[in-house]
Design a binder for this molecule. Sequence first.
Ligand SMILES: Nc1ncnc2c1ncn2[C@@H]1O[C@H](COP(=O)(O)OP(=O)(O)OP(=O)(O)O)[C@@H](O)[C@H]1O
Length: 244
Amino acid sequence: MTAPLLETRGVWQRFGGLIANSDVSISVDRGEIVGLIGPNGAGKSTLFNLIAGVLPPTQGSIIFDGEDVTKLPATARCARGIARTFQVVKSFESMTVIDNVIVGALIRTTVMREARRKAHEVLAFCGLDARADVLANQLIPSEKRRLEVARALATEPKLLLLDEVLTGLTPTEAQTGVELVRRVRDTGVTVLMVEHVMEIVMPLVDRAIVLDLGKVLVEGKPADVVRDPKVITAYLGDRHAVSA
Ligand SMILES: Nc1ncnc2c1ncn2[C@@H]1O[C@H](COP(=O)(O)OP(=O)(O)OP(=O)(O)O)[C@@H](O)[C@H]1O
């Protein structure tokens, strides 16, 4: 059996008296699409920040690709193959779409022509190449989310952390997003995604991990997770149990 691509081991995050993550141990295997779900304030974004290196955990360790990366800053983790998108889209609004993606590509090369070639390749993959030369602030919300994904992919990650990239989209846009995530995985990239829209995310993921009050409540196959009484009580509601 090969080792997981990502493991969090007994991770805690305290903000003063508030415990945002409490002894969280999860693992993600290579090639998986894993959904991280849970109610508002469950600690999902905090866990993403700990994995990406935005914050050091108060306690515990993060193992990525066989290496303890707990003490590494975000840029060093990105260089090792962890890329993320942000819940609040963080495009450089006054830059063109292509330049936004070149910023990502420059982590792998210092040759501008190569970074531009990579950026165009990734934009085409994300269905945005026709928008390469417009300013990021001219994109509609669904395009901005794809730009976030494109910028992350330009760093050539092994693990892509997607923070609510399908939230707030129309059903058609969300379906396009689902297909994009599948195609990303088909290229060999492992995906860990925080998402709220259960009807969309559950058919997409191989495994779901439910956080509640900073702890792992349940994990397993999506169909089992949505039927778990603990999950129904904590979060999902009966509607999801019957529609799974
Ligand atoms: N930098 C911070 N300082 C203080 N408290 C924080 C900080 N970041 C998060 N928190 C708190 O930690 C808890 C977990 O927040 P987090 O954003 O990780 O939850 P979440 O599951 O991502 O929620 P949502 O679905 O609403 O995005 C919340 O109570 C939040 O207010």
